[in-house]
Design a protein around this ligand. Sequence first.
Ligand code: HEM
Length: 430
Amino acid sequence: MTATDSTRELADLQAFSADPYTTVQRLYRENGAISTLGAGPMRFRVALGTEVCAFILANSDLFSWEAAFTALAPLTGRSALLVNDGDRHRRLRRLVTPAFTARRVDDHRGTVTRHIENAMAEWAPGDGVDVYPALRRAMRLATLESLFGVAAMERSEGLDDWLHDIHRAIDADVVGGSIERGSGSPVWRRALLARSSVHRWVIAEIERRGAQHEPGDDVLGVLLRGVNGTRLTDDEITDQLVSLLEAGAETTAAQLSWMLYCTLRDRRLWSEITGAVTDRGADEPGPPGLDHLVSETMRLYPATAIISRKVAAEFTLAGQQFVPGDLLIFSPFHTHRLDSVWPDPERFDPRRWDPDSERCHRPAPYEFLPFGVGPHRCIGAHFATMAIKAAFAAIARRIDGELLTADVRPEGLIGMHPKGGITVRIDRKR
Ligand code: HEM
């Protein structure tokens, strides 16, 4: 490697840290499928395009999630699904899956709607509201209630701040290396303290259930009951709940905010959705279904914009050799904007999901991966999709508003959200 190469790789790392979204687009234009960034322990390769995505997704046995996320284990817990591989991961996943049955997902719908209604109760006509923090809080509360039951809500003071601190550190560390963590950066230290507080809080909830001799009818209850006489240990349950709280609320709230942004930005679409256009001509199409809106939002603004993998076994990809220990990242954000797959990719067009539309494109799994693919595919995908639809419907039913923030930029890699929020002037409440 020449001195010029290493200077460029460091410059690309800086560009990526400052703005990963435009950087991945540029790297793909300049270098094609594989780019190398950084130096030393912060050296990694970015793999872009459908061919490499197809390879990564079809060959999950070449990668280790444990190795990729081991640095985050002090925050997620050693038993969190995402930081485990092989048999241990399969065992944990089998015992966590019952927490996401259709019935649970359905119960969550009512809970989400109620918390979104509570958030909207604070908004009055004429107000300019930054909806992102309000929706994030509502989603955190709804997730908390679905996981721990309504009674736990009264004991949840502090939890919101702790989760925020944990999320900040995880998001900063997503490419596996110490951007913020360093040797005990303030962000990392704060997150560790927050993690112990959340851990203590969850253990106290588990002990409360034990004292009442009643597991309860929420996600904690399902995990305590176990499957066919086997259940997770208390520490394993705690790790699952902390990561479900973290993984569930941030991503869902971010996705919901993007959906509001994309629909409010297009007055005509918003009017169609809210049913305000009463004089719609017979030839005009009806409002697109919520499923299409969710898919199109996740295409343009996938809350998990970047996914990282650690190589566990040697392979060659796009002419480059990868050996165990190499860090590789790929990007749903980039894949979802490839014009070779998605015509006019920057345009928010829910009709591309409508099977009756000539613009419909049914993507292959490696062309559309908001929830990942393979053994670690998001366990909460249905939970999230339903929550976003329920929350969005509740808002569109009640609120008419005007988007005051123009050209919102994304920020964050896990839970990619609107930088600076999304301000909406509330015009009317129904
Ligand atoms: C729009 C919202 C969401 C998005 C975009 C999202 C995205 C993802 C992605 C891409 C992965 C795979 C990561 C990888 O392969 O490295 C994942 C895994 C995971 N997600 Fe989600 N997620 C969302 C909502 C949720 C919700 C609501 C929950 C639970 C309440 C959840 C819990 C998890 C867990 C536990 C994993 C790890 C699964 C495993 O390792 O087996 N997520 N998510």
